[in-house]
Design a protein around this ligand. Structure first.
Ligand code: URA
Length: 208
C-alpha cells in the first residue's frame, strides 16, 4: 500500500493530540532542515487554550528537548507574561513556530523552508482556533502576514489588528524575546505591549 505523505495524513486529523502524534511520527523530510534536526518541535503549552504565540524556529535547546521556546528567550517570555498579565504560557497559551525543525547555526528559516512547514502551522491554527494570535518578531510577522515583510518592527509591535487570512483572530506583534535579551532597553516597550494584550485577553476570557 502507498504510504500517505505527512501532509495528506495530517490534513484529515480532527484532534490536536492526533495532529501532534502524526507529525512527530512522520519523520517529515519535506525540506533539508530534517537532515540536521534531533527532534521535530511541534509546540509547548496547552492546545485547548485560545491564545497562540508564533515564533521563528527551534534553537539548540528546543531541538534537544523537542519543545518550543525552552531557552533564555522562552524563559523571558514566560516571566514577563506571568508578571505583567498573570498569563501562564503553559496553561493559558500554545507556543508554536513558523519552522518546526532547527535551522543550522540558528539562522532564520528560508521562504522555502517556511512554505514547507506552512500546512502544519495552518492545521495548528485550524484545530486550536485562537482568539488571540501573538507574532513574536519580524520573521513570524513576514511569514504569517507576507505583505508586512520589511515593515519596520517599531511600527508593527503592540497594536491589535485583524486579517482576512486569519478570521476570528485578534493579531498582535511582540518583539522577539531574543531581541529583548540583546537590547534590554526595549523591555519597557514589551511590557507595555503585554499590558495591552492583557486588557483584550481578560475581556475575551470573560466573554468565552
Ligand atoms: N526562538 C524561536 O523563535 N522559537 C523557539 O522555539 C526558540 C527560540
Amino acid at each position: 500500500m502507498r504510504r500517505r505523505s505527512p501532509v495528506s495524513a495530517l490534513s484529515a486529523v480532527e484532534y490536536y493530540a492526533d495532529f501532534k502524534k502524526e507529525l512527530l511520527a512522520s519523520n517529515c523530510q519535506k525540506c533539508s532542515l530534517s537532515k540536521h534536526r534531533t527532534n521535530i518541535v511541534v509546540d509547548r503549552g496547552n492546545p485547548e487554550a485560545r491564545v497562540v504565540f508564533v515564533g521563528e524556529a527551534p534553537g539548540a535547546n528546543e531541538d534537544r528537548e523537542g519543545r518550543a521556546f525552552v531557552g533564555r528567550g522562552g524563559k523571558l517570555l514566560d516571566e514577563l507574561m506571568l508578571k505583567e498579565a498573570g498569563f501562564d504560557t503553559n496553561r493559558d497559551g500554545l507556543i508554536i513556530n513558523v519552522a518546526k525543525c532547527r535551522p543550522p547555526a540558528n539562522r532564520p528559516p528560508t521562504s522555502e523552508e517556511a512554505a514547507s512547514c506552512r500546512p502544519y502551522l495552518e492545521k495548528q491554527l485550524i484545530l486550536v482556533r485562537p482568539l488571540i494570535l501573538v507574532l513574536l518578531g519580524a520573521t513570524a510577522l513576514k511569514h504569517i502576514i507576507p505583505e508586512k515583510k520589511g515593515s519596520p518592527m517599531n511600527e508593527e509591535v503592540g497594536k491589535f489588528f485583524c486579517h482576512p487570512a486569519y478570521p476570528g483572530m485578534n493579531i498582535i506583534v511582540f518583539f522577539h524575546p531574543a531581541y529583548i535579551l540583546r537590547d534590554p532597553r526595549k523591555k519597557p516597550l514589551m511590557v507595555e505591549h503585554i499590558r495591552r494584550f492583557k486588557t483584550l485577553w481578560t475581556s475575551l476570557l470573560g466573554a468565552h
